[in-house]
Design a binder for this molecule. Structure first.
Ligand SMILES: Cc1ncc(COP(=O)(O)O)c(C=O)c1O
Length: 390
């Protein structure tokens, strides 16, 4: 069992600082209806395409001729978006190795779609998740323009540009959201000026949820390893010859699958604050399963803590618990929604009065503090029984 501590303000706080044009595009994602829905996976099962047709979902991406033929056979009124490849070599998680048509094949696909009588309404791309190079967006937007122009030559009037995801969602990301928008906005102005009639949308994932949660894990076992004696008695009490292994109740088969699948490096924070002079030990942190691969942290300095104590991991919202499994008979982590008192009061205020008008001018320091350590929030001394499950 692990606890996920929610930090809702972070999402809108970041969204509010984004530039206006992109912001309005991002917000449009929240309006759900079949006609406004969009299947962003270019390689779908025929049954999914038929389901979409039956339920009025028209917009979907494609990047191959086979997909075009499947759609032609299985959907009555599809509105197709051509996903193009990007140079995502500098992204943490590459997606164009799997999806996206080259510019050369884009022309062939547009021609084939014409022959099949299919409607192409736009272009999409994804620069790779955890993008570290904003120039990727610029190139992708320029490439999209090129495909729009090819489409126009073939008689298509495309009106949708989907700039995908890749936006950071936590303060510790290498590339800041503002650095990306500083590049995207001029590129959009150049290639898709406001009066060109093209609607611009995005598919932010990490951006919304990367910092939504703090994960709290409980120490369930511990080992103290003594290094071989070196023969020297330089050390005062031998503590530096000691390494600690902490075993916790969530691991790479649970919330920490991000270590394997999302190339994540996680940093523990002890919930019980160390005293100023408290000794630190070289520690490793391990998940609860029987697998030796189930290692959360290889080496980090931590104080001596006991079974039942808690470790916190910040920014555990995106690509974590969503892909957890029940490997080795362990249940997926339960989710407990926990807010500090000040955050709860803030939420109540927003619920009652709406979003404060001046919130854009509010500095993060005025917002409720972190949950968990440093707040009034108390974690239970022992892991408690499930209260809310997903
Ligand atoms: C098609 C598509 N759109 C959006 C996303 C979200 O990406 P990110 O979390 O980088 O914003 C993904 C992630 O894999 C994706 O495959």
């Amino acid at each position: 069992m692990a606890w996920l501590l929610w930090r809702p303000w972070q999402c809108w706080e970041q969204a509010l600082t984004a530039q206006a044009r992109l912001r309005s595009s991002l917000c449009s994602l929240w309006e759900w209806n079949p006609v406004g829905s969009f299947i962003a996976n270019p390689c779908k099962q025929v049954s999914q395409i038929k389901y979409a047709s039956a339920h009025g979902v028209q917009m979907m991406t494609f990047d191959s001729e086979v997909e075009l033929m499947k759609v032609a056979r299985s959907h009555d009124n599809a509105k197709l978006v051509l996903r193009i490849a990007t140079d995502d070599s500098k992204a943490v998680c590459r997606l164009s190795v799997k999806f996206g048509a080259t510019l050369k094949s884009s022309r062939l696909l547009l021609e084939r779609a014409k022959e099949l009588g299919l409607d192409i309404i736009g272009v999409s791309f994804h620069v790779g998740s955890g993008c570290t190079d904003p120039a990727t967006y610029t190139q992708a937007i320029a490439d999209a323009r090129y495909v729009f122009d090819m489409g126009a030559e073939l008689g298509y009037n495309m009106t949708l540009l989907d700039i995908g995801g890749g936006f950071p969602g936590s303060d510790d990301s290498k590339l800041k959201f503002e650095e990306i928008t500083a590049v995207i906005n001029p590129a959009l102005d150049k290639y898709f000026p406001v009066d060109c009639g093209v609607r611009i949308i995005a598919e932010p994932g990490r951006f919304y949820v990367a910092s939504a949660y703090t994960l709290a894990v409980n120490i369930i076992a511990k080992k103290v390893n003594m290094k071989e004696q070196s023969g020297s008695d330089d050390e005062d009490d031998g503590a530096s010859d000691r390494t600690l292994m902490y075993y916790v109740n969530d691991g790479v088969y649970g919330s920490f699958n991000c270590i394997l699948f999302d190339h994540a490096h996680v940093t523990p924070i002890v919930h019980k604050k160390p005293k100023p002079d408290e000794r630190m030990y070289p520690c490793s942190i391990w998940g609860p399963t029987c697998d030796g691969l189930d290692r959360v942290v290889e080496l980090c300095p931590l104080p001596d803590r006991q079974v039942g104590d808690w470790l916190l991991f910040e920014n555990m919202g995106a690509y974590t618990v969503a892909a957890s499994s029940t490997f080795n008979g362990f249940q997926k982590p339960d989710i407990h929604y926990v807010l500090s008192r000040s955050a709860w009061q803030c939420m109540q205020q927003i619920h009652a009065q709406g979003m404060p008008a001046l919130v854009e001018e509010q500095s993060p320091g005025n917002m409720p503090g972190h949950c968990g350590c440093g707040s009034t929030l108390e974690l239970p001394a022992k892991p408690c029984a499930t209260s809310v499950s997903t």
